[in-house]
Structures are given as C-alpha cells and as structure tokens.
Design a protein around this ligand. Structure first.
Ligand code: GAR
Length: 225
C-alpha cells in the first residue's frame, strides 16, 4: 500500500459530504488522511464533525475581511498551503477560489456540485431542475479550473426526480448520491487510479468521456479491489 494522501477539505456549512469523507478515511476505503478542515464560516456545523474525528480545524471568517477581500483569499491560501496537501477537496465550499490558488494546486483540487454538469452550474440547482421538469438529476465531482463548475468531470451519479418532489426532497436524494460519488472519487484518486492531464481524465490509464464515470455498483466493487 502506498503512503496515505494528505487531504485538506474546505467547507462552508453542514458538512455532510465532509462526514462521508471522514468516515471513508476512518474505514480505510480512502487511503488518505484529512489533515485539516478549513471553513470561511465560523458557524459551519462541519467544524463540529471534524472535531469529533480529532481533525485540525481552521476558520478564516469572511466577515472579518469584507473590505480586504484579497486578504481573505490570501489567508485561505496560507491555511491550506501550510499542510502541503496532495489533494484539496471542496465539500460545499461556497466561495470562489482565486486564480493563484487554483494554479498553486494544479490538478489537486476537486469539487462536488449538486447537478449533472454541464447542466446547472452555479446556485439553486434543484429548483432549476424542478422548474425545467427534468426527470433525472444528480451530482458531479470534477477537477477545479478557473472557470466555475466547468473543470474536467471525474464522475456523475444520477437520481430520479419524482412528480411530487420538492426542492428539499430532491436535495436530500441528491445528497445521498453525492456522499457515494465523493468517497469513490477520493478513494480512486488516493490510490492513483484516477489521473488528470489538462482537460482529460483517466481511470486506470483509460481516457474517460466528457461526462466522466457513470456511478454504479461496479465502482463500489472497484473500491474494494
Ligand atoms: C452539497 O449539495 C454540495 O454539492 C453543494 O453544497 C452542498 C453542501 O452540503 N455545493 C455547491 O453547491 C458548490 N457549488 P454539505 O455541507 O452537507 O456537504
């Protein structure tokens, strides 16, 4: 077994995705160690989740930098950089990273987004899917590039949309698949099975299509190999 990857997770809120990553590392599905959790929001519940697992937490409270926005981004960069991470994970981090942050961690930043990208980048994804009367929604994990929610896609997990769905019921269903695909992606990256070259993503040296891996049971089996 290769050495554990050092992971820093950025959050802004509840941290249910963080929780699944913490459990994934704890149960060794992920050959990685979350060395720190960084939040822009001092009240993020995810900070409590991290502390329960004895993980270092750092808060860069964005409210203290309302005028000095540049300083806020520099502080976030310093907070992450000091750990020299192999992987930076955006798990519900609702701030846009700077160009310099992204280029400093080239190929090492992944994000989870609650839609089947390229559909519905940005906010209010569930309401937009309901308004469009879509029958399928889901979530995407992708590498982060300068263009918001547009980096190379690693994996997508689909869920049905039912006629009586509300924004909340759809959010809950999508979150369940988010947790699965986030753990799967992180595990595959930490074991060296997923690699990126420019806008291309490879799984076991095989080039993936633009929509990445379609999540199903075979992915779960691959994690156990
Ligand atoms: C998740 O649905 C995640 O996909 C979304 O925020 C939620 C965080 O939930 N992220 C974005 O919208 C980023 N653009 P969590 O705090 O319970 O993990």
């Amino acid at each position: 077994m290769t050495r554990k990857s050092k992971i820093v997770v950025l959050i802004s809120g509840n941290g249910s995705n963080l929780q699944s990553l913490l459990e994934g590392c704890h149960s060794k599905i992920i050959n990685g160690e979350i060395v720190a959790v960084v939040s822009n929001n001092p009240h993020a519940f995810g900070l409590k989740r991290a502390k329960t697992f004895g993980i270092n937490t750092l808060v860069i409270d964005e409210n203290n930098y309302k005028i000095e926005k540049k300083t806020f981004h520099e502080k976030v960069y310093e907070a992450v950089k000091q750990f020299n991470p192999d992987l930076v994970i955006l798990a519900g981090y609702m701030k846009i990273l700077t160009k310099s942050f992204i280029s400093s961690f080239q190929d090492k930043i992944i994000n989870i987004h609650p839609s089947l990208l390229p559909k519905y980048p940005g906010l209010n994804t569930h309401q937009r899917a309901l308004t469009a009367k879509d029958e399928i929604s889901g979530a995407t994990v992708h590498f982060v590039t300068e263009k918001l929610d547009s980096g190379p896609i690693i994996i997508q997990g689909e869920v049905p949309i039912f006629p009586n769905d509300t924004e909340q019921s759809l959010r809950t269903r999508v979150l369940e698949i988010e947790h699965k695909i986030f753990v799967a992606t992180t595990s595959l990256i930490c074991s060296g099975k997923i690699k990126r070259a420019d806008d291309k993503v490879f799984l076991n040296e095989n080039l993936l299509g633009k929509q990445g891996i379609k999540y199903d049971n075979s992915i779960e089996r691959m994690l156990k190999e």
